[in-house]
Design a protein around this ligand. Structure first.
Ligand code: BT5
Length: 235
């Protein structure tokens, strides 16, 4: 069960890295949380600032059957949004799984898999939420914390427990209805099928229309051509 085993660290390089290196020792559902990460990272090795006061945790999954790793990423994206809603904060998802409020990033999610051939041996979902922490100067325009949004401090473990509670109930509800979870996730995305978006094509910004939203790419029509877009630079 998610969160049945909880491991806490004061400081660690990265909770995702810790589980990647130690997954064999821990059961499915193990959660690792750290008060600060000195080497927190996002997608494609981008730096993830993890100062004290934020909520930085990872969850280990050891699926028995073959699974689509995106299912677990969506599960946590939806769980984080539901938990925030409980606190009175209305957030959206920027495709695929960035949590935004008022055009600024409040939280990010990173899923990593350990594969044996095509089989997923372990899956690690890392979640970072700016809670009471300071936002570094270089991110001042792009990021926001819960404390700034709500003008109060939040108890990290209470928020963690709330997110895990939503994740457990979503897992119960959707593990046999994966398409239904995809529909819920799509409904939370700022980007909708049919929207015009600015995207990067070989380093150049182009306009296009979203034809289809998938977990790992957007199918975009631009100048009569269909393109697969894997990363959005703009909200
Ligand atoms: C993400 O990557 O948004 C996924 C972040 C996942 C972090 C968690 S914390 C627990 C676990 N352990 C880890 O080491 N990681 C996970 P990406 O979409 O690549 O976004 C990275 C970009 O977000 C950076 O290039 C910055 O622009 C911005 N960024 C960095 N730190 C931030 C922060 N604290 N708040 C908001 N934006 C941030």
């Amino acid at each position: 069960m998610i969160g049945e085993r909880l491991i806490t660290f004061d400081e660690i390089p990265s909770t995702n890295l810790y589980l990647k290196e130690n997954y064999e020792r821990f059961p499915d559902g193990t959660v690792v949380v750290a008060l600060t990460q000195i080497m927190g990272y996002g997608r494609e090795g981008r730096r993830w600032y993890s100062p004290r006061g934020g909520l930085w945790f990872s969850v280990l999954f050891k699926p028995r059957q073959s699974v689509d790793p995106h299912f677990y990423t969506k599960l946590f994206a939806v769980a984080v949004l539901r938990a925030l809603e409980r606190l009175g904060v209305r957030a959206d998802l920027k495709w695929p799984n960035d949590v935004y409020v008022h055009g600024k990033k409040l939280a990010g999610i990173l899923a990593e898999g350990i594969f044996e051939g095509r089989k997923v041996k372990a899956l690690i979902v890392g979640v970072g939420v700016n809670v009471n922490n300071e936002i570094p100067k270089e991110l001042a325009e792009k990021a926001i914390s819960l404390k700034v949004l709500t003008s109060k401090e939040w108890e990290l473990m209470t928020l963690l427990r709330l997110i895990l509670r939503y994740a457990r109930s979503l897992l119960r509800k959707y593990s046999k209805k994966k398409e239904a979870l995809t529909r819920v996730w799509k409904g939370m995305l700022m980007q909708k099928e049919g929207d015009e978006i600015l995207f990067l094509d070989e380093g150049k910004e182009k306009w296009g229309r979203i034809v289809k939203i998938a977990s790992d790419h957007l199918l975009v029509e631009s100048n009569g051509e269909l393109k697969k877009v894997c990363s959005l630079s703009l909200p």
